[in-house]
Design a protein around this ligand. Structure first.
Ligand SMILES: [Zn+2]
Length: 641
């Protein structure tokens, strides 16, 4: 029997639509679920909605709706957002469902039977926004820091003897440090436990919306106590013992870092009291800010998944969130950076590779490639990337998993540049070599696409189809092992990610200034009149001082799509120049490169930066500039003539 893996995300309050933050959590959990399935685990992935909130009740009433009808409508909203993002959950639980109610009542009975529930009075602060009891120390200027409100309540409540579990919780965390990840969250919780634990209220009196307490139906179960139980309810607690035996305990709860305490203190104590096993791990992910600011309604910067998907497509959005943010840490989203990563990772890199192999396979081998020799160096690159990928994904280092897959993509693009299939094609004696190079590139794309299935599921499946991968490749990671056999039918198709140009005003080069003397943005030279002799004398040519230079530093010019600011060593001095090569090169590709420059060009100001000199690059019609390179090492300052 295959090993099983049960994972959950936090269930969402339904008082607002899903936004980038909720989407981030679901996308990361989805990537983990897809990876586990690919790695051969029988996987169960549960998400859901948290409906017994007073906020939900109020919101429904405001809209003149029955709360359940309101929740039904919100369920449709959430499900459609998750469908748009290709979230592959196996089950979706709502806390108003009968199976959840049965589980909550079962849990409370178990805990009460253990003697861990007692009656008392609660008197203190409560924030309806947080749906949480607050202590004086949690308040700022007497208010909840998040909701600016808090109310004093005094009511008869039922309490859970949480304090009795402090030592057992500390012992559990010590024995199973992986129970709380990442480590920073674990340290916070250990500190909290060491400072002592109070019992908690688990009921609210006089509320109509919620699950009645079995032994006191005049009270409902406190919404947080209720919500946590969904993880066990979804796999049969109180309704299906066989299912519970199969899936409980969960392997992983994916949650936001702000609710770590509920999941790593209250929830495990509830489980201990109820005689149920504890989940293997609670992973508290970080938050996604927008342009460095917390996303909030009041700032008006809330982004909804449908806006993102409409602009970039689902997979580019998924890849950005998974690859650009270290899982467990906080991350940032910006439209500019999203745009940039789309072009760099997908349009120029992966998408371009897929188009090139299809075009070359068709041109040189009629669309079918087959190995003719031993594989080249890409096989070793792929094997090491697959090993790194497995290690990263097993540790939920999702960003490293994505980076490992892209190492194969980068290497395949470099391999094409290095082996020059177009040159091999001109020499009949190199036919075998050409076949092998094409096969190796196609095989590298196949392997990379398998690794990318959890990240960009639709596109990766399409890429597999185009390079001759079958259903088995989509089904198991073992198929990512390099194969040097068989014919591969390589299919051409539309560009997966057409390059996107920016159209905002700030991105347009200023039209009042003279155009910069740089490749890519140089105006066309005037066409000579017919019959006119356009040749120049050697003396004329020698007026142009061309020199070798070395790039010391490079950075993109802010608000410009094409311009790159370079600091170069020209042998006798260091200079700053601005070149129109930012669409073709990343700054890190340029540092250390030896380039040719026009040394004696008059300075020009570009986007406020004084540019001293001009870098030499070929500027193919309709293509991106390619820097002139040297055949061997040469010292900066050497004359070119
Ligand atoms: Zn609050």
């Amino acid at each position: 029997m295959p090993p099983r893996f049960y994972l959950t995300t936090a269930i969402d309050y339904v008082n607002s639509r899903p936004h980038l933050g909720t989407a981030y959590e679901k996308i990361t959990a989805d990537a983990i679920a897809r990876y586990k399935r690919l790695a051969g685990f029988e996987t169960w992935f549960v998400m859901g909605n948290d409906e017994h909130s007073q906020n939900v009740y109020r919101k429904a009433r405001e809209e003149g709706l029955d709360p359940l009808a309101y929740c039904d409508r919100m369920e449709a909203e959430f499900r459609s957002a998750w469908a748009l993002l290709d979230i592959s959950f196996d089950d979706f639980i709502r806390t108003t469902e009968p199976r959840h109610r049965a589980a909550v009542q079962d849990m409370v009975r178990r805990i009460a039977a253990r003697g861990d529930v007692y009656e008392g009075f609660y008197e203190g602060w409560y924030c309806v926004g947080c749906e949480a009891f607050k202590q004086e120390k949690d308040l700022v200027d007497g208010k909840c820091p998040l909701h600016s409100t808090v109310e004093w309540i005094k009511e008869k409540n039922h309490f859970f003897r949480l304090s009795a579990y402090r030592d057992a919780l500390l012992a559990h965390i010590t024995a199973h440090p992986q129970f709380i990840e990442p480590e920073a969250r674990r340290n916070e919780i250990v500190k909290l436990l060491e400072s002592g634990l109070d019992d908690i209220s688990i009921s609210r009196a006089g509320q109509a919306w919620g699950i009645p307490l079995p032994h006191d139906p005049s009270s409902v179960v406190y919404v947080w106590f209720d919500a946590l139980i969904n993880y066990a309810a979804a796999v049969g607690l109180g309704t299906d013992d066989a299912k519970l035996a199969k899936w409980w305990p969960a392997n992983l709860h994916v949650i936001g870092k702000d609710i770590t305490r509920f999941h790593t203190v209250i929830w495990p104590a509830m489980l201990m009291s109820a005689g149920l096993a504890l989940p293997d791990q609670v992973f508290g992910h970080g938050f996604v800010s927008v342009d460095g600011q917390r996303m909030s309604k009041s700032l008006g910067n809330v982004i909804h998944p449908e806006e993102l998907v409409a602009r970039f497509g689902v997979d580019p959005v998924r890849l950005y969130l998974l690859k650009e943010i270290t899982y467990g840490g906080d991350g940032d989203f910006s439209w500019t950076r999203m745009h940039e990563r789309y072009n760099v990772d997908l349009a120029n890199n992966l998408g371009n590779l897929v188009s090139r192999i299809a075009a070359m396979a068709e041109k040189y081998r009629g669309g079918t490639v087959a190995p003719a020799e031993a594989p080249g160096r890409l096989a070793a690159v792929a094997a090491s990337a697959v090993a790194d990928y497995r290690a990263a994904m097993d540790a939920f280092a999702l960003e490293s998993g994505a980076a490992a897959a892209f190492r194969i993509v980068d290497a395949a693009n470099e391999y094409i540049a290095e082996t020059e299939p177009w040159a091999l094609a001109r020499d009949p004696a190199k036919a075998g070599r050409l076949s092998q190079v094409l096969f190796d590139v196609a095989e590298a794309v196949r392997v990379a696409a398998i690794l990318l299935l959890p990240f960009i599921p639709r596109s990766a499946a399409e890429i597999l189809r185009r390079v001759g991968g079958g259903a088995a490749d989509r089904a198991h990671l073992d198929h990512a092992a390099w194969r040097n056999d068989g014919d591969r039918l390589i299919l051409k198709g539309d560009a997966l990610w057409p390059r996107m140009e920016r159209t905002t005003v700030s991105e347009q080069p200023p039209t009042t200034n003279p155009l910069p003397p740089s490749p890519g943005v140089t105006p066309e030279s005037p066409k000579p009149a017919a019959g006119q002799d356009t040749r120049i004398s050697i003396d004329d040519f020698l007026k142009i001082d061309l020199r070798v230079a070395k790039v010391l530093a490079a950075e993109k010019v802010p608000n410009s799509r094409k311009l790159m600011k370079l600091s170069i060593d020209v042998g006798t001095e260091q200079r700053t120049l601005v070149a129109g090569i930012a669409e073709a090169y990343e700054p890190e590709q340029l540092v250390g490169k030896t380039v040719g420059v026009v040394f004696n060009l008059k300075p020009a100001k570009l986007m406020g930066i004084e540019s001293n000199g001009m870098i030499l690059a070929a500027s193919p019609e309709g293509g991106k500039p390619v820097l002139v390179a040297f055949d061997g090492d040469i010292a900066p300052g050497s004359r070119i003539k």
